[in-house]
Design a protein around this ligand. Structure first.
Ligand code: MG
Ligand code: ZN
Length: 216
């Protein structure tokens, strides 16, 4: 029984990778860059997307966001209210987006209009790691309010992402978290090769560095 389940899971992941690759090709064919954001509920993914999109707009680059959530339209509405084009994508019971859901959304987006597509994954630090969607960059966003042990507790998602962002750096003292601890854990996890980007979406501190890390 256990073996059968393992086999099914392998097939599901393989099929997901195949569709993710075709999403990637579709986006490339239209010259669109795609950034996926993963992270817990409340880490600041939606706010970060809104701020990055504003900075891109100032540079003349138009973007669109896919708001992935189990239910509801809260993030989607916040994006729209900021002036960002957005598509809502409710997963129903799934705690992560998969490549097929993204494929269906992309089918209904006029890709010729956009330079960048942001995908906000469902707030979750576990299974999104296993389901690539076809983005150029997978970004994990954590915030100081989540404590200083996020990298140690959730190393999988940090390993499966290309860029890591530590948000709410402006209130680190107030929540009694030392950002250096998180930065050091991340450095160790990546064999000393990568640094976590420290920023505050609220004060906009460090956002320029995040944009350059994403090649935007
Ligand atoms: Mg959100
Ligand atoms: Zn899940």
């Amino acid at each position: 029984m256990h073996i059968v389940q393992m086999g099914m899971e392998h097939d599901v992941l393989k099929e997901n990778s195949r569709i993710a690759h075709s999403n990637y090709r579709l986006l490339k064919d239209h010259g669109v860059r795609c950034i996926e954001l993963m992270g817990s509920i409340g880490s600041g993914k939606t706010a970060l997307i809104i701020k990055l999109a504003e900075q891109l707009r100032a540079k003349g680059v138009r973007s669109c966001a896919i708001a992935g959530d189990v239910a509801g339209e809260d993030d989607y509405r916040r994006m729209r209210e900021s002036g960002l084009d957005a598509v809502n994508c409710n997963t129903g019971r799934e705690c992560h987006l998969d490549a097929e859901m993204v494929r269906k959304v992309l089918e209904n987006v006029n890709l010729d209009l956009y330079g960048v597509i942001f995908i906000e994954n469902v707030g979750n630090l576990v299974c999104p790691a296993d389901f690539p969607l076809g983005a150029d960059y997978r970004v994990v966003v954590v915030s100081t309010t989540e404590g200083d042990d996020m990298v140690r507790k959730h190393h999988d998602i940090f390993i499966h992402s290309d860029v890591a962002v530590l948000n709410k750096i402006d209130i680190a003292d107030a929540v009694d978290v030392d950002p250096d601890v998180i930065a050091e854990d991340y450095r160790k996890l990546t064999g000393g090769l990568k640094e976590i980007y420290r920023c505050s979406v609220k004060t906009e501190h460090g956002l320029g560095e995040v944009l350059s890390a994403l090649n935007l």
